[in-house]
Design a protein around this ligand. Structure first.
Ligand code: AMP
Length: 316
């Protein structure tokens, strides 16, 4: 859509991503923001682009402050699949209570996403890694149908879609290698109170790996016959947890893309990088903390997470 800018250290574009490109209004115990940039794809890109190139497919309305995405282009996010339509951008409003333990959704307005027919640019159809960010699973499927023989397909979702578009979501699930989901959603999706059993139920329906995000408690990655536990990185002051899950996915997939390998032995590094980018995301509103970081900052924090894992003596 906008002219390509070549960032100084532009990494090769390796991950194709779709997701919400949103305006968010958020209230937390530390303050509130109105109509700031957010959405699953924006948080994902802000994190993944610290480690790899990203190609973004999405839609915004004519109310979107596109200039705010310039920092993404400058570090290797190709916005060639982002279209602008006349109408309102995806809008989400939420409020956190009880020291961030509960999140109340005040508004979800799909705006231009309601009539969006995603088109993957011809030159991107051979992308090897695909991230289907949290959005209508019907749109996730349409993107997947346009990609030829991807090597790794990962997706994220939330209750809104699991409950509202379950059948389409199960079709997506069948085509995944990795699902990112939070623990409550995993249990709800599977109808299982036990997390391990819920992950097993999900894995039986498609993805070889399920990454269960547990907020400040970290994440557990369930694979075929193994599980890998990863602590969260302790943050001095959580300002706004919005987008932590998408930033986690960005660090995780960005790491795998930068290695060009996603074997069992790459996974401890992937969860550590996901924990690092997820923890950065919560230190400020919107993508503000992720704006001025470098890959080196992520690597340093991921190393701390890995040390904590080893000290905790967790397996994997
Ligand atoms: P997270 O905190 O990781 O769940 O991500 C929150 C982000 O997802 C916010 O920036 C919202 O704009 C976006 N979001 C919230 N609800 C939805 C939804 N139903 N579909 C797609 N994106 C959403």
């Amino acid at each position: 859509m906008s002219p390509q800018r070549s960032g100084a250290n532009r990494p090769p574009a390796q991950v194709l991503a779709i997701g919400s490109v949103a305006l968010d209004s958020v209230e937390t115990p530390h303050g509130s923001v109105e109509r700031v940039i957010g959405g699953s794809a924006v948080f994902f890109c802000a994190a993944a682009s610290l480690l790899t190139g990203v190609r973004l497919v999405g839609v915004v309305g004519d109310d979107y402050p596109l200039g705010e995405l310039a920092f993404l282009e400058a570090r290797g996010v190709d916005l060639g699949g982002l279209v602008q339509l006349s109408g309102e951008s995806f809008y989400w409003a939420g409020r956190y209570h009880d020291g961030f333990r509960t999140r109340e959704t005040l508004a979800t307005r799909l705006g231009v996403f309601a009539a969006f027919d995603p088109q993957v640019p011809a030159g991107w159809r051979h992308s090897r890694l695909v991230f289907l960010g949290n959005i209508d699973p019907v749109l996730q499927l349409r993107v997947l149908e346009q990609v030829r023989s991807p090597r790794l397909v990962a997706a994220d979702t939330m209750n809104f879609w699991i409950d509202g578009a379950r059948e389409a979501f199960l079709n997506v699930l069948a085509r995944l290698d990795v699902l990112f989901v939070n623990d409550e959603e995993a249990k709800q999706l599977a109808g299982e109170a036990d997390l391990g059993r819920a992950a097993g139920w999900i894995r039986d329906r498609g993805p070889g790996m399920v990454v269960v995000k547990r907020g400040e408690d970290g994440a557990v990655l369930f694979g075929p016959g193994w599980a890998l536990d990863c602590p969260g990185h302790p943050v001095a002051r959580v300002v706004d947890p919005t987008g932590a899950g998408d930033a986690f996915a960005g660090g995780f997939l960005g790491f795998l893309a930068s290695r060009g390998s996603w074997k069992r032995e790459d996974m401890a590094g992937a969860v550590a990088h996901g924990a690092a980018t997820g923890s950065y995301a919560v230190e400020a509103f919107s993508v503000d903390r992720l704006r001025n970081l470098a890959g080196e900052d992520v690597a340093q924090r991921a190393a701390l997470v890995s040390e904590a894992r080893i000290r905790a003596g967790v397996g994997g």
